[in-house]
Design a protein around this ligand. Structure first.
Ligand code: HEC
Ligand code: HEC
Ligand code: HEC
Ligand code: HEC
Ligand code: HEC
Length: 204
């Protein structure tokens, strides 16, 4: 457990930031209507973020894939249920459809070029926590989806807790703060599900 005590290494300036973040988080919690219940008995986190467009090598329209064509989030983000990261799908997965679908469209021509050249499109990160924060998709999805027999075809509702409604986005944006107040607020609201409040759980 030698390298575990990361929060102890954070300097004084960080602590000030933390105290502020904590205070804001607590104020937000007090002001928020207590326990906004979703369709099932998990309290959704509160808070929004003013997301910016991130310039991607190809503008990837989540709306067309998710809303218009009903493709499940986890069909593309396959690692979400079994690892820390959700993962970005390889071009081969895109080409399973786009060898034949919309081949005349400029963006699909560009995609095909990446495929032919055997170089993955250099997707840029939209969400990126600082390195001193520990987060894992697997445990959250296990607890929030699989352990509760929540229908997997509706998993996007749970992804939306932390990522907003990708199904309506023409370009992926960060629309939830994903800061400490956001995470801790949800952990407090879902304490009975085992969400930890200990600093070291999130700051290894
Ligand atoms: C057809 C495949 C596909 C489907 C279906 C899909 N995605 Fe994506 N997703 C991608 C690709 C490709 C990217 C990278 C490009 C980008 O960030 O715009 C991405 C990016 C993202 C990002 C931003 C990643 C980052 O860098 O932080 C999030 C969050 C995300 N997807 C969530 C979802 C959710 C939630 C759903 C279901 C509502 C979904 N995706 C469905 C392919 C897909
Ligand atoms: C399961 C099939 C499927 C997969 C997998 C898939 N797509 Fe698509 N994609 C579609 C369909 C259907 C459309 C809508 C085509 C149309 O409007 O004619 C589309 C549309 C698009 C468009 C918009 C084209 C335009 O200009 O109108 C882009 C860009 C795109 N896909 C990129 C990707 C990328 C990148 C991946 C891999 C991360 C991917 N797609 C994976 C089915 C798929
Ligand atoms: C409890 C909050 C939470 C939930 C629920 C959640 N995510 Fe994430 N997601 C995050 C955070 C935080 C990051 C940034 C991680 C980092 O930077 O280390 C992230 C990053 C991502 C990324 C970028 C690549 C990666 O894995 O780092 C994708 C894609 C993504 N999430 C997709 C999804 C999908 C799809 C779902 C639903 C199946 C989902 N997420 C559910 C919090 C969440
Ligand atoms: C929807 C509410 C919710 C949100 C939002 C949320 N969590 Fe959690 N988190 C949980 C629950 C519930 C658990 C308990 C899972 C379990 O023990 O099975 C948990 C567990 C964890 C764990 C413990 C994992 C382990 O190894 O035991 C960590 C670390 C964690 N969350 C970090 C974060 C971070 C960082 C964020 C913000 C980016 C975040 N969480 C956002 C509900 C949430
Ligand atoms: C549920 C997860 C979670 C728990 C529990 C948690 N933190 Fe954090 N903490 C975060 C996240 C996420 C950030 C990153 C905030 C950001 O990027 O804006 C953070 C940031 C910080 C920072 C840096 C602040 C800054 O301004 O950069 C410090 C210091 C910190 N936490 C200390 C603590 C202490 C002390 C505790 C215990 C009282 C604690 N944290 C508990 C998730 C957590």
């Amino acid at each position: 457990m030698a390298a575990n005590n990361r929060s102890a290494n954070l300097n004084v300036q960080h602590r000030k930031g933390f105290v502020l973040a904590w205070v804001f988080g607590m104020v937000a919690l007090l002001l928020a209507p207590a326990a906004i219940a979703t369709k099932y008995d998990v309290n959704a986190p509160t808070g929004t973020h003013e997301g910016e467009d991130v310039a991607q090598p190809i503008e990837f329209p989540h709306n067309i894939h998710v809303k218009d064509n009903g493709i499940n989030c986890m069909y593309c983000h396959t690692y979400a249920r079994r690892s820390k990261v959700a993962g970005i799908p390889p071009t081969s997965k895109c080409m399973g459809c786009h060898k034949v679908i919309a081949t005349d469209k400029p963006r699909i021509k560009k995609l095909t070029e990446f495929w032919t050249n055997k170089t993955p499109p250099p997707w840029k990160k939209v969400h990126d926590l600082p390195d001193f924060v520990h987060f894992t998709h697997e445990i959250h999805l296990k607890k929030l989806v699989f352990d509760r027999d929540f229908p997997v075809e509706n998993v996007k509702e749970v992804c939306a807790f932390c990522h907003g409604e990708l199904e309506n986005m023409t370009v992926a944006k960060k629309v939830k703060p994903l800061n400490m107040g956001f995470c801790v607020g949800c952990h407090i609201a879902n304490k009975e599900l085992g969400a930890p409040g200990d600093c070291w759980k999130c700051h290894k």
